[in-house]
Design a protein around this ligand. Structure first.
Ligand code: GLV
Ligand code: MN
Ligand code: MN
Length: 417
């Protein structure tokens, strides 16, 4: 590598300003971001991102599920591009950094290379994956899942949100159903920078997490059918209360995950009473369960114990409980060569670091099943994410973007003049 490339640093102020500039698309009163996938704010940030990529000289194209690819030519166009990026959608009450950091740091890497007049040997491709978050449409990370062939494009296009709007309708609604078939833009590797979304790096005062594993994820849709009846006149022993049954299921999920811990977590994140009324015993409830572990056998045990507990609670309370599997994603073992490349770049830049397992799911976990992928984590304040209070420091984001830059350079190579 030439010395200009080895000494290169990203522009910290420009990265920071860009993160805050895009936060206006869906900014909440508490300073977080609400940018549900394929909604109006997602369209705004996508339009902004497309314009910024084009201004940086990139050629932007969009696939049939709305994932955006921004290509920077390399000297040798016969080589598959090195991919870098993340996602720009957020949770309903999300923060400014989850996904955004990795996508905008990728843009900053390209801007830095442009300013330094550096051409890489291998082309680069920034990606903004559609629906990483999974809060409007399930499953999460659906753009990258279809990209690697876990689902067909048609299957994903037919997925519906809570209002019955399909992915196809939502894509057409914002004009982001692209011409390119999903998976057509081949990538040779993928590197994603992300906030940790947990407390480990901050607690250990480490700047960079070199991510070597990712937890597996199981998602369920549950339904409890009891019987609606009068809250005043139905004696306690005669009730078939769906909410009381759900309360037991919530506690069972917590107990099962604790018993299988420390490498197991379980959450009931959504629960909707069908026709709520303060003087009606709830008769019908829909709910979701999210279980995770970095160990496949623990995931099997989570699944089995959850189903046994739900069946027992249903029988005892005389309510019908159904638990439907929505999605199961195996634990990720990131590509060793790429993980080493991230670690080497981190050490050369002199940042404190440790190896780390991702508790969250990421597009890179999907991509790693088809192409070499790896991730770079930086700390977030108090380990808080999926919350409007999510925060990270400018020096840490800068460090992460520098590691991204140098990892990408080590993979793509600098074209000799
Ligand atoms: C994605 O944000 C997930 O880990 O659920
Ligand atoms: Mn994310
Ligand atoms: Mn997220």
């Amino acid at each position: 590598m030439t010395s200009i490339a080895s000494n290169l640093q990203i522009d910290s102020t420009r990265l920071w300003d860009t993160i805050h500039e895009t936060a206006k698309f869906g900014l909440t009163a508490k300073g977080g971001v609400r940018r549900l996938t394929l909604g109006p704010e997602d369209k705004q940030v996508r339009d902004w991102f497309r314009a910024a990529c084009e201004a940086a000289g990139l050629q932007v194209h969009v696939d049939g599920l709305g994932s955006m690819f921004a290509l920077r030519k390399g000297r040798d166009m016969s080589k598959l591009p090195v991919g870098l990026g993340s996602h720009l959608d957020t949770q309903p009450t999300g923060g400014k950094f989850d996904g955004v950091l990795g996508t905008l740091a990728a843009l900053e890497v390209v801007r830095t290379l442009n300013d330094a007049g550096i051409e890489t040997e291998t082309p680069l491709c920034i990606v903004n994956w559609t629906n990483e978050e999974g809060s409007r449409f399930a499953p999460a990370m659906m753009g990258s899942a279809a990209y690697v062939g876990d689902f067909t494009t048609e299957n994903i296009l037919g997925r519906k949100d809570a209002e019955g709007v399909s992915v196809a309708e939502a894509l057409d609604g914002i004009g982001y159903r692209g011409q390119e078939s999903v998976g057509a833009q081949k990538l040779g590797a993928f590197i994603e920078l992300h906030i940790e979304q947990g407390p480990i790096l901050e607690a250990e005062a480490k700047t960079i997490g070199v991510v070597d594993h990712g937890q597996g994820i199981i998602w369920y849709d549950g339904r409890i059918t009891g019987f609606e009846s009068h809250a005043g006149s139905t004696p306690m022993p005669l009730r078939r209360d769906a909410l009381a049954a759900l309360s037991e299921i919530v506690l069972a999920v917590e107990r099962i995950a604790r018993e299988l811990g420390p490498n197991a977590v379980g959450t009931v994140g959504e629960a909707v009473i069908a026709k709520p009324s303060r003087n009606v015993i709830p008769g019908e409830i829909a709910f979701t369960v999210d279980c995770r572990s970095n160990d496949d056998t623990v995931m099997d045990a989570l699944d089995k114990n959850l189903r046994l507990a739900a069946a027992e609670i249903g029988r005892r309370r005389n309510v019908e409980v159904t638990i439907d599997l929505v999605w199961r994603k195996a634990p990720t073992h990131f590509d060793k060569t790429l993980v080493d490349a991230v670690e080497t770049a981190t050490r050369e830049l002199g940042y404190s670091n440790r190896r780390i397992t991702s508790g969250a799911g990421h597009d890179s976990c999907n991509l790693n099943t088809a192409i070499p992928a790896a991730m770079i984590f930086v700390p977030c304040k108090d380990g808080v994410s999926h919350n409007e209070l999510e925060d990270a420091t400018q020096p840490d984001c800068t460090a992460g973007a520098n590691v991204l830059l140098h990892t990408v350079l080590s993979l793509a190579g600098v074209a000799s003049k």
